[in-house]
Write a protein that binds this ligand. Structure first.
Ligand SMILES: Cc1ncc(COP(=O)(O)O)c(C=O)c1O
Length: 339
């Protein structure tokens, strides 16, 4: 095999040796199958193709200094996938089966897990799709769960740093009681135009306001938002955002550090009052925010006055990464060690 250039990995697809699959047929999940094919053989009337019965997850495995491999919060990802399946009426995969598949695919692709020193990791992408044929709009009776992995580089190649973000008012990602809380492909299709606009304008990512009133901060393209002020970690409560597992973890760590934690609607104007803010998710853990512009309102909320990540963001980031890589004790039981 060609040597992998660990230091130049991006967040992209790289073929690995194996993926794993479990099929749901006749009302039950079958045996786990190992495949080396990158392709799925699908019925052309499968509901995932026509009616969006498609859910995915994203989590990571990290190789520690001790050489051991740790997967971060896999039970939480299993639970979120189950919630998504309920949301779009797909068969739910039990946590034990999710865990079996993730451990198997990580072990089978062990040689793709980046060395500790690189700051890179193994991204794990579970996918659950409706494979049964339907022509009318109805849930399928057959499903497939697939998991593949791909090594990804450290998010901050030049070191932990801040980025500018922009509020896009023109497009909504999800409606208040729509599918925003679920990790379904349709939400990402709905975000593509806003994301392109943000990138074309030179921003790191787009921000969404609540779709109903356009008053409150919802989330970024693929990350939750949090702000810090007066020793308090504040993050939006909304019926249209994805419950981020990173955000949930950061709320716990913030509490452990003696910060107050508030989950509540965050009006846009409140951005002006934050001492620090970040976008949080599996990809970056925390991407500290330099400023958020609202072009249509002619406003610019500068959060980092010196352009650098703030002390609390830095502390939270370092703490979470240390747990993921096994540099610090896993006191909350967030990590599954691959034996
Ligand atoms: C829309 C959206 N919000 C938030 C997140 C962050 O969630 P997590 O921390 O579980 O990765 C993601 C992606 O991962 C996302 O796609």
């Amino acid at each position: 095999m060609k040597e992998i250039d660990w230091s130049n990995l991006s967040f992209g697809y790289m073929k690995t040796d194996y993926n794993v699959r479990i099929n749901f047929r006749d009302g039950a999940w079958g045996e786990l199958e190992v495949s080396s094919s990158e392709y799925l053989n699908l019925h052309m009337a499968a509901t995932c193709l026509h009616y969006g019965q498609e859910a995915f997850e994203g989590l990571k495995a990290f190789r520690g200094k001790d050489g051991r491999v740790r997967i971060f919060r896999l039970e939480e990802n299993a639970a979120r996938l189950q919630a998504t399946c309920q949301g779009i009426m797909m068969a739910e995969l039990p946590t034990a089966r999710f865990k079996e598949a993730i451990l198997k695919v990580v072990k089978l692709n062990e040689r793709f897990i980046p060395p500790y020193e690189t700051g890179a990791s193994l991204y794990i992408r579970p996918l659950l799709i409706g494979t049964g044929a339907q022509v009318g709009v109805r849930p399928a009776s057959e499903y497939m769960f697939v998991v593949f992995v791909t090594p990804v580089g450290p998010y901050f190649k030049g070191g932990f740093s801040t980025n500018p973000y922009v509020i896009i008012r023109e497009y909504d990602r999800a409606a208040p009681h729509g599918t925003g809380t679920f990790k379904v492909g349709g939400n990402y299709a709905a975000s593509l135009r806003a994301n392109k606009k943000a990138h074309d304008l030179g921003y790191s990512c787009e921000f969404y306001l609540d779709a109903k009133e356009k008053k409150y901060i919802d989330e970024c393209g693929a990350a939750n938002f949090f702000g810090i002020k007066d020793n308090t970690y504040i993050t939006p409560k909304s019926s249209s955002i994805l419950p981020s597992i990173t955000n949930k973890s950061l709320m716990q760590l913030a509490e452990d550090m003696g910060l107050k934690v508030e989950r509540r609607p965050v009006p846009e104007e409140e951005l002006a009052t934050f001492e620090e803010a970040g976008a949080c998710g599996t990809a970056a853990v925390i991407s500290p925010i330099e400023r958020i512009d609202d072009l249509e309102n002619g406003k610019s909320y500068v959060i980092s006055k010196d352009g650098k990540p703030g002390p609390i963001c830095t502390k939270l980031y370092n703490k979470l990464r240390a747990i993921q890589y096994g540099d610090e004790p896993d006191t909350h039981g967030w990590v599954t060690i691959v034996e």
